[in-house]
Design a protein. Structure first.
Length: 373
């Protein structure tokens, strides 16, 4: 079964799947969300159930599948080896290439590595690329894609002959091994926090769709057939997923967590205040720190103020409340009094007649004396 959880941002899609997730499930999240997701699941499921949930990125999932089913451990080629291998591949094909005849130019191997990386990211094999080239009618484009397929295949062959593997090709290898060994059979798979999927990621999800007992994916849109331009990418992905499920005769259900009410974390002590200006804000912060020191058993050295709008105004407020502090935020030299005085003198000397602002500022600076006579 394919379950799509669809709703606008901030409406509880993640919390919704937390209520459905169970021990033994695989939860796929973007790498940058890994820590926060682990923390949320631990709070929700507690230690025993949490230990049974596999929270993985697509990269980590690919590593696990490849390590599990690859009989021979093959090391990954480092960047230098990849570039040298590509140079060898291009050099060995100079007589066969038709579009890229000037393949001996500096930087050509690096450009080809980038192109091959794009194919690997989309889990596109050299054979599939060559088949696609065969369907192209434009002769120039056909020659270009055919050359790319030749270079890609030669590069892979040279790496394999040296018993190395390109890390960027891992997701395509993982997809092949998962299909061959029925890796997702009987598992519950969840994917949360994604705006879209690369070709390689989608291929893994399609295999999970075929094999797993259920596949649940959260997507951001106001509804599954939304016409809102903000959700055009999600709607295209929804249609693609539904089409893939339809080809496999797999049931599709659509849910929207509209009844979700955010649960406040009891350990969250965050307080938010709105004050009219930097002076009121600084005075409030200083007063709050004084209160913490007096009643909360804190010392000044245990308290930090992050990113104050004006460190100098805040330090002035500290002084008024009998506090000491220092700022590690770099301050522009232009704000130094003596530098301001020099700039003011120059402005006053070169100022236009009838504009006394610079002179007034000079008088107020305190660096000059004016006789009463």
């Amino acid at each position: 079964m394919l379950r799509l959880i669809i709703s606008p941002p901030g409406t509880g899609k993640t919390a919704h799947i937390m209520r459905k997730i169970n021990s033994g499930a695989i939860l796929i999240v973007p790498e940058q969300n890994h820590f926060e997701t682990e923390r949320m699941i631990y709070r929700k499921l507690k230690a025993k159930a949490f230990a049974g949930v596999n929270i993985l990125s697509f990269t980590k999932l690919s590593e696990i599948i490849t390590a599990k089913f690859n009989a021979v451990s093959v090391p990954y080629a480092e960047d230098t080896m990849r570039e040298v291998t590509m140079m060898r591949a291009v050099r060995g094909l100079q007589e066969e290439l038709t579009f890229y005849r000037q393949s001996d130019k500096p930087g050509f191997a690096a450009r080809m590595l980038h192109s091959v990386g794009l194919f690997q990211r989309e889990a596109l094999s050299p054979q599939e690329l060559a088949e696609f080239a065969g369907s192209i009618t434009n002769p120039r484009l056909k020659a270009k894609i055919s050359d790319l397929a030749l270079i890609y295949e030669k590069y892979n062959g040279l790496l394999a002959s040296g018993k190395f593997m390109d890390k960027q090709d891992e997701i395509r290898t993982a997809a092949r091994l998962a299909r061959e060994h029925n890796y997702f059979a009987g598992k519950s798979i969840f994917a949360d926090g994604f705006d879209g999927f690369t070709g390689g990621q989608f291929k893994l999800l399609e295999i999970a769709l075929e094999q797993a007992s259920e596949l649940t994916i959260t997507l951001t849109a106001d509804k599954f057939d939304s016409t809102d331009s903000r959700y055009i990418t999600s709607v295209k992905l929804i249609n693609k997923l539904k089409e893939s499920a339809g080809k496999r005769r797999i049931e599709v259900t659509v849910e929207a967590p509209g009844d979700y009410v955010p649960e406040r974390d009891p350990s969250d002590k965050t307080e938010i205040y709105l004050l009219p200006d930097v002076y009121n804000e600084s005075s409030f912060v200083a007063a709050k720190i004084r209160e913490l020191i007096t009643t909360g058993n804190y010392s000044q050295s245990e308290i930090a103020v992050l990113n104050p709008p004006s460190p100098q105004v805040l330090l002035g407020a500290f002084e008024a409340y009998g506090l000491t502090g220092f700022s590690d935020i770099p301050e522009s030299i232009i704000e130094k009094p003596i530098i301001r005085f020099i700039i003011t003198v120059l402005d006053a000397a070169g100022g236009e007649p009838g504009k006394p602002d610079a002179v007034s500022e000079l008088i107020r600076s305190g660096f000059i004396r004016i006789s009463a006579a």
